[in-house]
Design a binder for this molecule. Structure first.
Ligand code: ZN
Length: 311
């Protein structure tokens, strides 16, 4: 089976909370200084990445998923299953929660739920995120919402560059201002907005979904307990960040050479820093690549920091 490195053309999404760091940090040509998201590897209808160069130049991820499923190990499903984003939050994102597959399937026209995870690429000195809440039950949570006791309800934690968070369905969360993250998620859009700090967009508050949020939020909050294992592979240090039912995610730092073996339906690879080569092809900071089915040995050389993921 032929193997390919598919080079992505990222798609940018403007957001009221977005900034300009996708340009200043990654050098992307962004639409405005309110650019919140770079959809780096995606076959989602809300932003389907085109492939640049090679035999599939100009095709899209969703197009290849439809026509050339063998490139993805003949995985089942209507949608390319993962979505990789870089998020530049200059301002706070709304407090939100995602349903699981069962709830989304029943209440959102058969859509998938959403599990996501964050790797903090950079953040301001005193940056925080919201993850979880302090209510002991749904009843208490509903009461706190009614009484507008948001600060008391929401669990705010400090973050640092290199931190990693897994956000399972039912976990309240929000990225707060001053944070740049790489997100790996199920390819889904189903988000219930719980609280938006009373902000206005074009003069109006954005829609909230309080009832659904209360419905799907786990109470009491159960923190995710993951263990991160580090391993040496040639000159690379690879950290296994998470394995959950939808994806596995790894972080790597390389100074020299390494060979990684991928026997997966596909692998998403995002270069976070540095430059080098992947099987002879130049790669550099800000590149996003998709390695096709049963890729086998991938030879990386150079000074690189990267994140890769697979189903
Ligand atoms: Zn989310």
């Amino acid at each position: 089976m032929d193997k390919y490195i598919l080079r992505m053309k990222p798609i940018f999404q403007e957001k009221i909370w977005g900034g300009n760091r996708l340009n200043t940090v990654f050098g992307y040509d962004i639409p405005s200084d309110h650019t919140g998201e770079c959809w780096a590897i995606s076959g989602h209808p809300g932003g389907d990445c085109a492939i640049v160069g090679g035999p599939f130049d100009g095709k899209t991820v969703a197009g290849l998923w439809k026509e050339r499923r063998e490139l993805f190990g003949n995985l089942p499903g209507d949608l390319f299953p993962l979505l990789i984003k870089i998020i530049d939050a200059r301002e706070n994102l709304s407090i939100q929660v995602h349903p699981d597959d069962a709830y989304a399937g029943a209440h959102e026209n058969g859509a998938l739920g959403k599990t996501e995870c964050w790797y903090v690429l950079d953040c301001d000195e005193r940056a925080t995120i919201i993850i979880g809440h302090n209510a002991s039950s749904k009843e208490e949570m509903a009461r706190m919402v009614e009484e507008n006791r948001w600060t008391e309800l929401l669990r705010e934690v400090p973050i640092h560059k290199g931190d990693f968070f897994q956000i399972n369905p039912g976990c309240l969360h929000a990225i707060k201002g001053g944070t740049l993250i790489l997100e790996t998620q199920q390819s889904s859009d189903v988000t219930y907005r719980f609280y938006d700090y009373g902000r206005l967009e074009n003069g109006k508050p954005r829609k909230l979904h309080i009832a659904q949020s209360l419905d799907v939020t786990t109470a009491p909050f159960a923190p995710w307990k993951g263990e991160q294992e580090k391993a040496k592979a040639g000159d690379a240090e690879i950290t296994h960040l998470v394995t959950c039912p939808y994806y596995s995610v790894y972080h790597g730092v390389l100074d020299g050479k390494t060979e990684l073996t991928f026997d997966k339906p596909f692998v998403n690879l995002s270069i976070l820093a540095g430059s080098g080569t992947l099987d002879g092809q130049p790669v550099k900071k800000g590149d996003h690549l998709l390695l096709t089915a049963d890729y086998g040995e991938a030879r990386l050389e150079g000074k690189l920091e990267f994140i890769y993921s697979h189903v």
